[in-house]
Design a protein around this ligand. Structure first.
Ligand SMILES: Nc1ncnc2c1ncn2[C@@H]1O[C@H](COP(=O)(O)OP(=O)(O)OP(=O)(O)O)[C@@H](O)[C@H]1O
Ligand SMILES: [Mg+2]
Length: 619
């Protein structure tokens, strides 16, 4: 808008004045007029561009003067006041790009001058692509019906307003928004639709998953959670110590944080198996109880063939019969135990008091009889050693007429392998107290680094999941009873169960053979929503997780993923992430992640805060 204060018609010469003089007069007049020129929107960072045939719905191009480029970093939120009076909010999803003024960026002239060091290059402006988040109407964001008109002014939102629009708030602090370090990404600790609807942390090796987990553990603990960490590789066995990793210390210092250990950590490991940190101040060995494992889940986890699993259940029934005959369970004249024996749901747990060695002995007896070597059978369980017990077992087994010694032999081999690990029913290792794992502000690291077999690790994971769920149900039943009797009372603390290397526990390849186990996990996930129990699945191989698992998860932290097929699969699963963000997935730096949570207005690229606690390095 140039105010026309010119005394002379600028374009006319009176015929006597030479042309150069007229030009000088024009320049002088323009210079005189310039101070009167005021931009219409002095604080706008840029203006929307006209649309072109390549324009797409939902996004607009915004052009910025050179000096405003850095005010519109990637992911910045902007407000567009359309010239028709409407107001829109949007996010920068591509750019800022620097384009030359008045020339095409690929013009030969420009290419030549830039290659020569750029002495005569033109000034430039910025261009960003803005995705429209919605139209503002009376303070609420509604889906836009139209688009901003060209040349509408654009402003960036302040940090406080951006945080409000993006709904970044939450007690559990994950990190900052990449490009806008003043914005902190938090996860609300107590919203039922966030953590209890389960989270997946995915990314290539070295992407930063464990660092994110360590961060999440410390933050969830601070927010009063009970945290249970199924640590397959023993990475978290030094979590109680401050980090000594120089890179991590530098990264912490940049964020103004200091290295500190996580307080209140107990390290659990299986009895007779090692731990990655034998000097841990709070170490606790525990034994598995065969009787607690659902025989159906066990058959799946042992990867038994159909004939082997048939034999497994034959021997299992025999075991139940003998426990009853021997008065071990139910005890004679004990109506309560009688009732319990009737009520056992073997899809959930095993038959009470049935020990692995007892069961293995029975399978051994079946093999001996199938081989017609009945008398060679030598039981190892003290309860079966007495001659009358041995005779009785053989009698019952002979009545079963077991055949197919090969599959009995294979089954016995599997069970002996498990037995030799000395982790079941051990007198020197107390059974796990699941209730203890549920204490507020406690972190329980279950070190599975020395289980010697993925099968045993998986049995522990299945057992802990089920045990925790059962303890949780009891806790809630008591809480609800108390609430009915005494009125409002504090709810049990929220729980987070983190499963590292989740693809080894629930694998896509074995999904068809793991129906019972998957149903158990599904049940825990569903009950967890009501009982405030959140599951976190961590893996570098998301393509190996059964696809149904993603149906149980509604939040994601996606670190770098290089395999385009994996990224494509995830794209179909995780909604709401704009294409420009997906494109960045293969090149994310360690610690950067796309975070997609239901409480956030949109998925964001975040720099996860470094962990102040020590992680054990795995080669
Ligand atoms: N949030 C972060 N801030 C700074 N550096 C990080 C961050 N996350 C990861 N790193 C760097 O990347 C390295 C690897 O991270 P981390 O061990 O967490 O990856 P990972 O995904 O768990 O790898 P793996 O699959 O091998 O277990 C760390 O040692 C650290 O140097
Ligand atoms: Mg890791």
């Amino acid at each position: 808008m140039i105010e026309d204060a010119s005394p002379l018609p600028l374009h006319e010469s009176d015929g006597t004045t030479p042309a150069p003089v007229v030009a000088a007069q024009v320049r002088a007049e323009l210079a005189r007029a310039a101070p009167a020129w005021q931009p219409e929107f002095p604080d706008a960072i840029g203006f929307t561009m006209f649309d072109s045939p390549s324009s797409e719905d939902g996004t607009v191009t915004v052009l910025l003067p050179q000096e405003a480029i850095e005010r519109a970093p990637s992911q910045a939120l902007v407000r567009i006041r359309s010239r028709d009076g409407r107001s829109y909010l949007g996010a920068v999803v591509a750019g800022p790009f620097a384009e030359p003024d008045g020339m095409r960026a690929d013009s030969p002239l420009l290419i030549m001058t830039v290659t020569q060091g750029g002495i005569f290059t033109p000034p430039h402006h910025g261009r960003v692509q803005v995705e429209l988040l919605g139209e503002e109407q009376d303070g609420v964001l509604v889906p836009p019906r139209l688009r901003p008109l060209p040349q509408s002014p654009v402003w960036t939102l302040s940090a406080a307003e951006s945080a409000r629009v993006l709904r970044l708030g939450g007690e559990i602090q994950l990190g900052t928004v990449v490009g806008q370090e003043q914005l902190t990404v938090g996860v609300p600790a107590l919203r039922k639709d966030v953590l209890p609807r389960h989270l997946a942390i995915l990314g290539t090796t070295g992407g930063g998953k464990s660092t994110t987990v360590a961060r999440l553990v410390a933050e969830a603990q601070r927010a009063g959670f009970a945290v249970i960490l199924l640590d397959v590789e023993g990475e978290y066995t030094f979590l109680h110590e401050p980090t000594a990793d120089p890179r991590m210390c530098r990264a912490l210092a940049q964020r103004g944080l200091a290295p500190t250990g996580v307080p209140n950590v107990t390290l659990y490991h299986l009895v007779n198996r090692d731990t990655a940190n034998p000097d841990h101040p709070q170490r606790c060995a525990f034994a598995l109880q065969f009787a607690r494992l659902s025989p159906y889940a066990t058959v799946e986890l042992l990867e038994l063939t159909e004939p082997q699993s048939q034999r497994f259940f034959q021997a299992y029934d025999l075991g139940k019969q003998l426990l009853r005959e021997f008065g071990i369970f139910p005890a004679p004249n004990d109506p309560r135990q009688e009732q319990l024996a009737l009520e056992v749901d073997e899809f959930e747990r095993g038959y009470p008091r049935l020990e692995l060695l007892f069961f293995t002995d029975l399978v051994g007896a079946c093999l001996a009889v199938a081989n017609k070597l009945d008398e060679s059978w030598r039981p190892r369980h003290p309860r079966l050693k007495p001659e009358n017990a041995r005779k009785r077992v053989l009698e019952l087994v002979q009545a079963l007429k077991p055949s197919h010694p090969n599959s009995w032999g294979a089954l016995l081999g599997r069970l002996n392998l498990l037995h030799r690990l000395k982790a079941f029913d051990q007198p020197d290792g107390a059974p796990m107290s699941y209730k203890r794992l549920l204490r507020a502000g406690h972190v329980s690291v279950i070190d599975l680094s020395d289980t010697g077999s993925p099968v045993l690790s998986n049995l522990v994971i299945a057992d802990v999941l089920h045990g925790v769920q059962e303890a949780r149900e009891e806790e809630y039943t008591a809480f609800e009873r108390q609430r009915r009797q005494d009125g409002p009372t504090g709810a049990p603390p929220p729980v987070l169960i983190i499963i590292e290397e989740a693809h080894e526990f629930l694998s896509r390849e074995r999904a068809a053979q793991m129906e019972v186990l998957f149903q158990q996990v599904t049940r825990i996930a569903r009950r967890g929503r009501k009982r405030w129990l959140g599951l976190v699945f961590v893996t570098q191989l998301p393509q190996h997780l059964p696809p149904q698992l993603f149906g149980l998860v509604n939040s994601y932290i996606l670190h770098k993923i290089t395999d385009p097929r994996v990224a494509d699969d995830l794209r179909r699963t995780v909604s709401g992430i704009d294409p420009a963000l997906w494109q960045r997935l293969p090149t994310l730096a360690p610690g950067q992640a796309i975070v997609a949570f239901p409480h956030l207005a949109r998925p964001l690229l975040a720099a996860i805060d470094p962990t102040p606690a020590q992680l054990r390095l795995i080669d």
